[in-house]
Design a protein around this ligand. Structure first.
Ligand code: AHG
Ligand code: MN
Ligand code: MN
Length: 334
């Protein structure tokens, strides 16, 4: 049992001494992310009743149709952090450029990058959704960070995690000292520790990928997915296929039970679909901290040198052995 059931706040206070990056401010920052999660979960629970399903009619910087809930979730994060005194700049999937918060400067030394609502195609059909966040520290003395200051390598993240709105609402994060999962108890409105120090199995039995894209994948990716479907008792094949349409939920499954999630590059779109800075990097940090791996197919996600805020990247993420084997197929060794 250990510390199961303690609140997020107490967990952070108790463990703070062991966290190099942790200060009272860092705990406050996580508490604010938790608050955004509560506010969004509250909307999601009633979404079919309060006219917030469907699209806004607009498209975001990625050229994707914006759901009303994408916008609501984005505004919720902004509101929660605008006068927090904690964050000097934030960037989101839903905004072309980062937002600076002069009202929090020079006190607020954190920068936040996030996907405010992950799995938007699930909004109208009552399926799981999530949010993904990456936290950086800005030491600059020269004033508020420029847009390019937020474009940093994954290894520079000081913390990362996700919220997941499934049958329960969960907050899962790492600040470099293992991965911890908290479940929102809706009766008392608190996140309670439910999954302390999550460790991923080295190998799983499940894969998640949008197989509708099979014919667009390069040969190595196709061969790997074919391999997972062959029958071979010794290597635990065939794997089961589970794909929710929500990256955070699929990665959550792999984190707890092992396996691999793939959003590969495509022949005509080698960079794939997912975004490096606020989808791949934070989940890669979480998964590596739990003993798993995250790769572009040819290199570690966290080592990718980013050039642009909304840059895309192919993503293979999950159990360490599953990810290494997928890389071997992509290199053409199998
Ligand atoms: P978002 O809703 O933030 O745009 O992210 C959707 C992502 C990810 O959550 C999911 O795994 C994937 O895109 C689904 O894409 P396909 O519909 O192409 O499978
Ligand atoms: Mn997403
Ligand atoms: Mn999104």
């Amino acid at each position: 049992m250990g510390r199961t059931g303690i609140t997020l706040t107490r967990f952070i206070i108790e463990t703070q001494a062991g966290y190099p990056a942790a200060t009272g401010e860092f705990s406050a920052l996580l508490a604010q992310i938790g608050l955004a999660g509560k506010l969004i979960a509250h909307d999601l629970r009633r979404a079919g009743l309060i006219n917030i399903l469907g699209t806004t009619g607009g498209t975001n910087v990625q050229g994707e149709a914006v759901k009303k809930l994408d916008e609501i979730a984005n505004e919720t994060f902004i509101k929660v952090f605008q006068y927090s005194g904690l964050v000097c700049a934030l960037a989101s999937e839903e905004m072309e450029k980062p937002v600076q918060f002069p009202e929090n400067w020079p006190h607020g030394k954190y920068m936040l990058l996030f996907d405010p609502l992950d799995g938007s195609s699930n909004t109208d059909v009552n399926m799981p959704l999530g949010a993904i966040f990456s936290i950086l520290r800005y030491e600059g003395k020269g004033g508020l960070p420029s847009a390019q200051e937020l474009v940093r390598k994954g290894t520079e993240q000081i913390a990362a995690g996700y919220l997941m709105y499934g049958s329960s609402t969960m907050l899962v994060f790492t600040s470099g000292q293992g991965v911890h999962g908290f479940t929102l108890d809706p009766g008392i409105g608190e996140y309670l520790l439910s999954h302390e120090n999550i460790r991923m199995p080295a190998r799983g039995k499940v894969y998640a990928v949008n197989e509708g894209n099979y014919h667009k994948w390069p040969a190595g990716t196709r061969r790997y997915v074919d391999y997972l479907k062959e029958s071979d008792k010794a290597t635990g094949r065939p794997y089961s296929s589970r794909y929710s349409g929500c990256l955070a939920a699929d990665v959550h499954r792999m984190l707890l039970g092992g396996g691999i999630y793939l959003y590969p590059g495509e022949t005509d779109k080698p960079e794939g679909k997912l975004r490096l800075l606020y989808e791949a990097n934070p989940l890669a940090m979480v998964v590596e901290q739990a003993g798993g791996g995250a790769s572009t197919g040819t290199m570690r996600i966290l080592e990718v040198e980013p050039k642009a805020l909304h840059q895309r990247v192919p993503l293979l993420i999950g159990s360490a052995e599953d990810v290494s084997l997928a890389e071997a197929f992509i290199r053409g060794e199998r």
